[in-house]
Ligand binder design. Structure first.
Ligand SMILES: *Cc1c(COP(=O)(O)O)cnc(C)c1O
Length: 501
């Protein structure tokens, strides 16, 4: 029999549940806004498609570099708050405050630093990856996605003539790849805290600064750095390298890591990989090749001989977001012996026990710093498959030839001098005025080019000499842009030299 007391209690519970259900329904209504229906999706898609068409169609006439007073400051007007804003005004602000200032990496006029890519199908790949949001870190969760990424890694290993047992990881970029290589070497060579002060890393002044960053991040700041002298073409001198290693070992130090460059950022120079490989093997050092800029030139058959020795490297950094024209956020580390990768990165968590023994493929999470990760493979696979390799090979060969063309043409203008013959697609040049300060003159010249903005170049400093640098890597850079640059330079000289006279 129901007593009065229990029935009041029962009613209270009923009310409590009713209120809760109402509350949940109310919340559901709002949270369902996160999952827009087809008509809204279509409206948004078409607005973004318009944006992308206008952006790409305007590339012919838009500048490669835009300086402005505001420099995108108005983006702060769209700080995060409770308000929902229409897509149209967000895209307007993107166009003005993001696309409209700074360097335009999508422009064929971008020939400064190392230009980026941005292939259209990569955007579609990202779109697909974001829609399905496959958990590409772990085979058990996304076997197809992991197979796809590992297939791309095996392709890159084959491209570098790496052995069957090699493997790697798609990283966010070249810096992370360089860091991963160093950490792998540190673990494989069993460098402990007590060894660090005695450990020695060999590199040159032309090594990318991400190597120095990696040394600090990996806890190796106190290791000894040996900057090996460069020959007259700015290549690491293998002869010196071996001498220093022998000397260091004699003094009780622990030589363990050699960083060589396949294409330095400054001048596109290739270190003598074959000789370095022999030295590394003989003295049992880890041999890393930083091919972040240069590595994908392997796709150009006539360059094959330049890659001799690369397959002996213990690790290779590649950067698909540079010379494979994929958008930013895609690098790669390749390691010759996959056991070494596992040694450095593999961990087993209790809550992942369902996975053990169910994997046909190594999971990216087992061989990198990441667990949950962007499904980067899709943005690489889609363009590579949609276009096939032929246009990639052609584009890279075209850039090599454009660089040679520029190198020849600039020397035809009186008083220009150039650096070493370009091995890849980076060259340095400068104007040597009759009786003015050369460094100052070239600084002003590059400023004039940047102010014009149709072409963007950057500069570098080699042995206290100011050089202007051209790096031809953007897939949209063709003969037209190189001729435009030559015209801009000639016009500047005409104007300033008449002014001077
Ligand atoms: C660009 C570059 C890096 C760094 O790569 P990010 O993708 O920018 O992190 C490292 N080494 C060389 C030679 C490079 O050109």
């Amino acid at each position: 029999m129901l007593t009065l007391a229990t029935s009041i209690q029962y009613n209270n519970i009923q009310n409590f549940y009713l209120t809760m259900i109402n509350k949940i329904k109310e919340l559901e209504k709002l949270s369902r806004l996160l999952d827009p229906k087809e008509s809204i999706r279509e409206k948004w898609n078409s607005e973004v498609l318009d944006y992308s068409n206008i952006f790409i169609n305007n590339l012919d006439t838009s500048k490669a570099f835009i300086q402005s007073k505001k420099n995108g400051k108005d983006i702060y007007n769209l700080d995060i708050d409770e308000q929902a804003i229409e897509l149209t005004s967000l895209l307007d602000s993107t166009t003005k405050n993001i696309d409209g200032v700074g360097i335009n990496p999508a422009s064929g006029g971008h020939m400064g630093y190392i230009p980026g890519g941005g292939l259209y199908p990569s955007a579609l790949g990202d779109y697909i990856a974001a829609i399905s949001n496959r958990y590409a870190g772990v085979f058990y969760a996304a076997p197809g996605a992991v197979r796809l990424e590992n297939m791309i890694i095996r392709w890159m290993c084959r491209l570098m003539d790496y052995p069957e047992n090699s493997f790697g990881n798609l990283t966010s970029g070249g810096s992370t790849a360089n860091l991963m290589a160093l950490v792998t070497a540190r673990e494989v060579h069993n460098i402990k805290a007590r060894d660090i002060e005695k450990s020695v890393i060999y590199l040159t002044e032309q090594a990318h600064h991400s190597i120095l960053k990696a040394i600090r991040i990996s806890g190796l700041s106190e290791a000894k750095l040996r900057f090996i002298p460069l020959d007259e073409n700015l290549k690491l001198s293998a002869e010196h390298l071996e001498k220093v290693i022998i000397e260091d070992r004699k003094n009780g130090l622990i030589p363990f890591y050699i960083n060589a460059s396949f294409g330095t950022t400054n001048t596109g120079t290739i270190d003598p990989l074959e000789s370095i490989a022999v030295i590394a093997k003989k003295h049992k050092l880890w041999f890393h090749v930083d091919g972040a800029y240069g590595g994908f030139f392997k796709l150009v058959n006539e360059l094959d001989s330049k890659f001799k020795g690369i397959k002996e490297a213990d690790s290779i950094t590649l950067d698909p977001h540079k010379t494979l024209f994929i958008p930013y956020g895609t690098g790669a580390i390749l390691i010759k012996d996959k056991e070494n990768l596992l040694k450095a990165y593999h961990y087993q968590a209790d809550y992942m026990q369902d996975i053990i023994g169910k994997e046909d493929e190594i999971s990216p999470a087992d061989i990198s710093t990441e667990q949950t990760k962007h499904f980067r493979g899709m943005r690489m696979w889609l363009p590579l498959k949609l276009f096939g390799l032929k246009p990639f090979r052609a584009a890279l060969e075209e850039k090599l030839n454009l660089t040679k063309y520029f190198y020849d043409e600039i020397q035809k203008i009186e008083r220009f001098e150039v650096g070493p013959e370009p091995e890849l697609s980076v060259a340095i040049f400068r104007y040597v005025p009759k009786d003015e300060d050369a460094n100052l003159f070239n600084r002003e010249l590059i400023e004039a080019i940047q102010n014009d903005g149709r072409i963007f170049l950057s500069s570098t400093n080699i042995n206290n000499v100011f050089w202007i640098r051209i790096a031809i890597v953007q897939f949209r850079t063709h003969l037209e842009q190189i001729d435009l640059l030559l015209d801009i330079i000639k016009k500047y000289l005409d104007d300033t030299l008449t002014e001077l006279n």
